[in-house]
Ligand binder design. Structure first.
Ligand code: HEC
Ligand code: HEC
Length: 325
């Protein structure tokens, strides 16, 4: 009883000490879930940003998260798939990272990866495919960072009261940086707020078609229902969600992608098989009834989901070589 009271008071003091993180009040969305053991802080985000651009997270120092997740492409990469460090063929298309903080599960087809902290380990130490090639080298990551002239102080600022540099801290800092990748500043959002000049007549016509044909899956402010669907009747070699759940009904199912910044994140689909937005639309079932002119209108609408400030915001770009701020 007394102990419970003590904890409650401690929690109160902690809440009072850390002001709530400012999420930039995106329309119609509650702040994202942040794990209790990884609260947001400016120092942690700054560390995560440096790690995101740091090729030393990788076995031979040639590849960073940012190699595949490029800011000017809304953190996708422009390739169908991206080969890993040893040239392992990439299996899947690199998704953009806008608003990942709000996603309930991460990657195209894995319902089990439910936090950015867990996801960060996939490219760094994952083995299928080998992306960054550091499996079994987590201690080496820590050693490299301890030798660096910036990291020791940055880790101490990000994780006060702890002087260990380890992979858990790397993952937490990367996740904190990724949560700041917030993107809701688009012509579409301006139009929704009442600026009727923000979207062309063609895009407005496209938005009506989109509401009737596409919203069921690309729904809500993120333009995704975050559920897993199968597009074709004959699934390809990638079993998607079925690979994880081992259930026949899940074979070939993939998570509906968010369509924010879709103009910049092509090629499309989990395997990069659609080169253009029009190709992506035509790969959906039940779109044969759409005329080409309608596909063009929907495409114009989807281009109103591009956030130019997001892709040029210097808070997300390669940090100065100096040790953070
Ligand atoms: C070799 C290219 C490559 C590198 C390097 C890479 N990624 Fe990725 N990333 C991908 C691919 C491909 C996917 C999709 C994987 C899948 O669906 O199976 C992905 C998915 C993600 C996702 C899930 C996004 C979503 O919409 O669900 C996040 C978050 C992410 N990466 C963060 C990172 C971080 C952090 C790093 C650095 C530690 C990193 N990535 C390094 C290629 C890469
Ligand atoms: C039944 C749910 C569903 C409906 C309805 C739907 N989509 Fe999709 N959409 C998906 C899924 C799932 C994917 C990913 C498929 C894959 O990678 O195999 C996707 C992918 C896309 C992509 C590619 C995005 C990327 O980043 O790769 C675009 C563009 C797209 N959809 C637009 C549309 C449009 C426009 C409509 C309406 C004409 C529509 N979708 C209707 C579920 C749906």
């Amino acid at each position: 009883m007394l102990r419970g009271l003590g904890l409650a008071i401690a929690a109160l003091i902690l809440t009072a000490a850390a002001p709530p993180w400012e999420w930039g009040s995106p329309v119609g969305l509650r702040p994202p879930r942040v794990p209790a053991d990884n609260p947001m802080s400016v120092a942690k985000v700054e560390l995560g940003r440096r790690l995101f651009y740091d090729a030393d997270l990788l076995i031979d120092g040639t590849m960073a998260c940012a190699t595949c997740h490029e800011q000017h492409r809304a953190f996708a990469d422009g390739n169908a798939t991206h080969a890993g460090v040893h040239g392992d063929p990439g299996r899947r298309n690199v998704p953009g990272l806008a608003n990942v903080a709000w996603l309930r599960s991460l990657t195209w087809g894995d319902s089990r990866i439910t936090s950015l902290e867990t996801q960060a380990a996939v490219p760094v130490i994952g083995k299928t495919p080998i992306e960054m090639g550091m499996a079994g080298e987590e201690a080496e990551i820590a050693r490299r960072q301890s030798r660096d002239s910036c990291y020791p102080a940055m880790f101490t600022r990000a994780f006060p009261g702890s002087d260990t540099i380890d992979f858990a801290h790397v993952a937490k800092a990367l996740a904190a940086f990724e949560r700041t990748l917030v993107s809701f500043d688009t012509p579409y959002d301006a139009y929704a707020r009442g600026d009727l000049s923000a979207m062309s007549a063609e895009a407005v016509a496209g938005s009506k078609l989109f509401d009737s044909d596409c919203r069921s899956c690309h729904s809500g402010p993120l333009l995704t229902d975050q559920k897993f669907h199968r597009m074709g009747s004959t699934p390809g070699s990638d079993a998607g969600l079925g690979e994880i759940t081992r259930r026949t009904k899940d074979i070939g199912r993939f998570r509906s992608p968010s369509l924010r910044n879709v103009e910049l994140t092509g090629p499309y689909f989990h395997d990069g098989s659609a080169k253009t937005i029009a190709d992506a639309i035509r790969l959906h079932p039940h779109t044969a009834n759409l005329y080409d002119a309608q596909v063009a209108q929907i495409t114009a609408f989807l281009k109103s989901l591009t956030d130019r400030r997001f892709v040029t915001n210097t808070r997300y770009s390669l940090p100065e070589l100096a040790c953070g701020k």
